[in-house]
Design a protein around this ligand. Structure first.
Ligand code: DGY
Length: 328
């Protein structure tokens, strides 16, 4: 058992599922300081709280930049994020300081792929509109031309970014009778064979797909990728889905494409900013379904994410191998 002085300071930026907290408490090496709330830690509190920390457990909503790293000071050995995405971390600054990073790939792949399929079907089959019509009395009778929409059978699906999650989405969509599965990314992926994936240029994917699914990470290359030009190439009957990061999309251009009928519909689990203000123009559109970033939100997935985040952090503190270390 470590003495109180030897204990390593760990700052946790939010209340997290108890699975991870228990591991941190049980380890007996952490002096835990927790922002014990469901709401994000205010920046000033974060800067104060992180001072002198050896470990930082953070969320995707915490921007970890040079200012935070400077506020933490030279003790900081490890940052462990409760997310697979790491676009909120200033990687260059972190690397420069020799700090290790843990993240949570794989464990949220199934939940996120499942949510993506749910969002795609909800959007293309106009479920929110249908539910609303039932409630508001708009459902007068069975009508041959009412609430018709586009289905997956016989369609072409284009996945932007056939990584772990992109592939899991493709696997789940194929049995719906998808005829062609196109994908794009930095290079062709051997694992695409499993879903008969065709590696195509982005331009081809955008022009030929009935469903465009964004599943890439946010990088300088993908920031604002889905803009006016992108939407102008999509079919008028096509549906756009994004469950990666909001900043991959130019939302003004998406609003233009949806309101002018340039594309049929969009489903977003991620936006800029998050939360999206309730008076945002996208929320006024019937053909836009917006969810509050719940891709990985199943009890079991969040529990496992929390455990993995704690184990990454503990490994970083003790200088041992992390279960999931981000190669910097
Ligand atoms: O990056 C992530 O982990 C997702 O966006 C939320 O689980």
């Amino acid at each position: 058992m470590m003495s109180a002085q030897q204990m390593l300071k760990v700052y946790v930026t939010r209340r997290i599922p108890q699975e991870g907290m228990k591991l941190l408490q049980k380890a007996g090496i952490c002096n835990l300081s927790v922002w014990d709330s469901d709401e994000p830690v205010p920046r000033a509190e974060l800067l104060k709280g992180v001072a002198g920390a050896h470990g930082l457990l953070c969320l995707l909503s915490d921007k970890i930049d040079a200012e935070v790293l400077d506020a933490a000071g030279p003790n900081l050995k490890v940052i462990s994020t409760l997310s697979v995405g790491f676009d909120h971390l200033a990687i260059d600054e972190i690397k420069k300081r020799g700090i290790r990073v843990g993240y949570t790939p794989d464990v949220l792949t199934d939940a996120t792929a499942e949510l993506t399929v749910a969002l795609l079907l909800t959007t293309c089959r106009r479920l929110p509109e249908g539910v609303e019509e039932v409630k508001n009395g708009g459902w007068s009778t069975w009508k041959p031309l009412w609430l018709c929409s586009y289905g997956l059978s016989g369609s072409t699906v284009g996945v932007i970014g056939l990584g772990r999650i992109g592939l899991a989405i493709a696997r789940r969509l194929k049995p719906f009778g998808v005829k062609r599965l196109l994908y794009t990314g930095r290079q062709p992926k051997p694992q695409a064979q499993e879903v008969d994936g065709e590696y195509v240029p982005l331009d081809t994917l955008v022009r030929e797909s009935d469903f465009v699914v964004v599943s890439c990470s946010l990088t300088p290359d993908t920031q604002g990728l889905c803009d006016k030009t992108f939407f102008s190439k999509m079919k008028k009957t096509s549906v756009f889905i994004n469950t990666s990061r909001g900043a991959v999309v130019n939302q003004e251009d998406l609003f233009g494409a949806l309101s002018s009928g340039q594309i049929a519909a969009a489903g977003l689990d991620v936006t800029t900013p998050e939360p999206l203000p309730t008076d945002h123009p996208l929320l006024s559109l019937k053909n836009c379904v917006v969810l509050p970033h719940i891709g990985s939100a199943t009890y079991s997935t969040r529990g496992v994410m929390s455990e993995l985040t704690a184990n990454n952090l503990l490994a970083g503190l003790t200088g041992s191998e992390m279960p999931s270390e981000l190669k910097l």
